[in-house]
Design a protein around this ligand. Structure first.
Ligand code: 5U1
Length: 669
């Protein structure tokens, strides 16, 4: 009997280990969370009934144990080194040249990966079993954080596979993914506890908890980036070692690559910088390591950093400055956005002098005053924000509270705040010149009617000179009127008239998008067009019916419904159609003609002949689903030029891959 229980416990543990490996390392879960939970509970129940069979590396042992009074010290057998760093392309190229020169080898390969913004940790496995984890500390001695690291979900307590060394030290970064950080802070704020300023601090604070149950409740994660002390043999390549760690069940970033040459190294940096904001965790640069371990040994160290590795850091995303003033902008839908006017500061690679304060609640939450010293943040292409106020630097005599206006700063109409919304809006509609300008700019924008030559400045002029009060009036403008505007001549006027003429031929989806209905972006406009086929059908649809369209929920349905019931909007649409805006009829497709029904596509990379939006809409028209990430459910990946990790993953999973030419021929069929 006891043997059966023991076997059952082992079987359930192995099953959970497999699920964890598929989820955390392969990034390809094979069962729903509910199934994982069911098996977990079954194991937990058996272990509770037969505690003599609980192993310290059982998947149930990730919940934390008794609190410690302090952390013990751990001396690293091999010092944990720091990294040299550079901020410039020249610095990277110098590092590569030095490595080539010192190693007397011409074409050195580099193993490269993003530099995570977390804490370095060393983990020791003996005979494949997790036995100890320590922080970097001063590089020689760190703190024993075994009980906390044990609780990190993606760290295996037992390695899998073959030829596992009797002794293996892996090193890597413990970090907190962005989503987990947001949730944790929301939870702390709700409990009126102090929140963390960034994911790195949250990771550090969580790892230093003496109570491992608290650490277990924190959404920490881990990626390996090197091997420390080990017994036996390992591959002589940093990249292959990382792949080997992955096979043993250890989490390794899917962005790790092996490349040769300065330009490939620089390209990787550029690509990662581009997708930085989309990554689910914070990174602050790229780490380059000479791939060949024999060359690494030959290169050795200077002071406490290896000559064979460097970090090419991204421009700092946060900087300190002063709020000089606050202005209030009026958006396309009347939203009033407070904008901080800053003492110019260099951040994220550019000088900024404006930062959004979002809304009235945000001003109160941050307790911002004019004159305050603040930390501003500019992450990628995201609008700069004020991250926090440095209250210690506030000089009361030089500070004044921000007064939110009671009326629209542009048209003086009343402001309103709908219950449950954070945004305060101007009620002026198109009477408000600011809303008029934004509405016309949106109407003419690239993804809408795409009117070439009708940029922001021209729209401002047209509205300021009272020539255009709504988008339809653009089409009644004469060449003479346009040419009479400052800095506009006969030639640009002719061009603009011509562009307006060309823009009249559009698609229903673009037309819908151009109307600027709240919450109706490109994708929703496309879904509406494909569903209803005609503008009249959309105009007549009820709130309930609108919710049948993919991606349209109760709120969006109401926005659409009420938009088409406003007298003014009905008039403008009528005028636009009278002016000759037209689009090809959308054929009614029988279900039998939806040749891609039931298939899921992922689009990655860049394309020459088609835009991503066009590809997406063409695939959807044929009944396919278009997803953002590759998983086992993906049928086909459409890979353009410079496709990155999605393509790699598709290859790993053996998913069908199609290039642009193959896609065009499929669409032609
Ligand atoms: N991704 C990565 N981060 N990081 C930090 N690799 C890496 N390597 C490091 C450090 C300190 O040190 C190497 C010298 C092993």
């Amino acid at each position: 009997m006891s043997m059966t229980i023991k076997t059952e416990i082992t079987t359930l543990s192995t099953l959970l280990e497999d699920y964890n490996y598929q989820y955390y390392v392969l990034d390809n879960p094979t069962v729903p969370d509910s199934e994982y939970d069911r098996v977990f509970q079954q194991l937990q129940k058996l272990e509770n009934e037969h505690p003599q069979y609980i192993s310290s590396n059982s998947p149930t042992q990730k919940v934390g144990g008794v609190a410690l009074s302090k952390f013990d010290q751990v001396t690293h057998q091999q010092p944990m080194l720091s990294l040299d760093n550079t901020f410039t392309e020249q610095g990277l190229s110098d590092f590569i040249d030095r490595a080539i020169e010192k190693s007397a080898t011409n074409d050195i390969a580099f193993c490269i990966e993003p530099k995570l913004d977390g804490l370095a940790v060393s983990i020791i496995y003996e005979d494949g079993i997790f036995i100890q984890a320590a922080t970097r500390g001063d590089g020689q001695t760190g703190e024993n954080v075994t009980e906390n690291v044990r609780t990190i979900a993606n760290i295996p307590l037992k390695l899998r596979g073959n030829n596992i060394p009797a002794y293996l030290e892996v090193r890597g970064e413990v970090f907190m993914p962005k989503a987990g950080f947001e949730k944790l802070n929301a939870r702390l704020q709700a409990a009126q506890e102090k929140s963390f300023v960034n994911p790195r601090n949250a990771a550090a604070g969580s790892l230093r908890q003496l109570d491992s149950k608290i650490a277990a409740s924190r959404p920490l994660s881990f990626y390996c980036y090197s091997v420390g002390v080990f017994s036996g043999d390992l591959a002589n390549s940093q990249y292959q070692r990382m792949q080997q760690l992955k096979e043993w069940g250890l989490p390794v970033s899917s962005e790790v690559q092996r490349v040769i040459g300065v330009s490939a190294c620089q390209k990787y940096y550029d690509d990662i910088l581009q997708k930085r904001t989309q990554l689910p965790y914070e990174i602050d640069g790229v780490v380059y390591k000479v791939d060949d371990i024999a060359i690494q040994d030959k290169l050795g160290f200077v002071a406490r950093a290896p000559r064979w590795a460097t970090a090419y850091k991204f421009p700092a995303e946060e900087a300190l400055t002063v709020i000089e003033n606050v202005e209030f902008q009026v958006g396309r839908t009347g939203a009033i956005t407070p904008v901080a006017k800053l003492a110019p500061v260099f951040v994220g690679g550019v000088t900024i002098s404006n930062a959004t304060l979002h809304n009235k609640d945000e001003i109160a939450r941050l307790d911002i005053h004019i004159g305050d010293h603040v930390v501003v943040r500019r992450a990628g292409d995201v609008i700069p924000q004020v991250a926090r106020v440095i209250l210690e630097k506030r000089q009361v005599e030089n500070c004044k509270p921000i007064k939110f206006p009671s009326h629209c700063p542009v048209c003086e109409s009343a402001l309103e705040r709908i219950e449950g919304e954070a945004t305060i809006r101007c009620t002026g509609g198109l009477y408000c010149a600011a809303q008029r300008k934004q509405a016309i700019k949106h109407f003419a924008s690239r993804k809408a009617l795409n009117v070439d030559g009708l940029g922001s400045k021209v729209v401002d002029l047209l509205v300021d000179h009272n020539m255009v009060k709504n988008p339809a009036q653009l089409f009644s403008l004469s060449e003479q009127q346009i040419a009479s505007l400052p800095r506009m001549g006969d030639i640009s006027a002719k061009k603009l008239i011509n562009s307006l003429q060309v823009s009249k031929k559009t698609t229903l989806s673009r037309f819908l998008y151009s109307l600027g209905i709240r919450e109706v972006g490109e994708a929703t406009a496309n879904n509406l067009a494909n569903h209803y086929k005609t503008i009249t059908a959309i105009q007549e649809a009820s709130i309930e019916d609108l919710q049948r369209v993919s991606d349209v929920g109760d709120i969006v349905a109401k926005h659409i419904y009420y938009f088409f019931r406003q007298e003014h909007n009905i008039e403008v649409i009528e005028q636009l159609l009278t002016q000759g805006i037209h689009w090809p009829e959308i054929a009614t497709v029988e279900e039998s003609e939806l040749s891609l029904l039931g298939q899921t596509f992922v689009i990655t990379g860049s394309f020459n002949k088609l835009s991503r939006a066009d590809i997406k809409s063409a695939l959807q028209t044929l009944g396919a689903k278009v997803a953002g990430s590759v998983s086992k459910k993906t049928t086909t990946v459409i890979a353009g030029e410079a496709a990155g990790s999605k393509l790699t993953k598709a290859e790993e999973l053996g998913i069908h891959i199609m290039d642009e030419a193959a896609l065009l021929s499929l669409l032609n069929q």
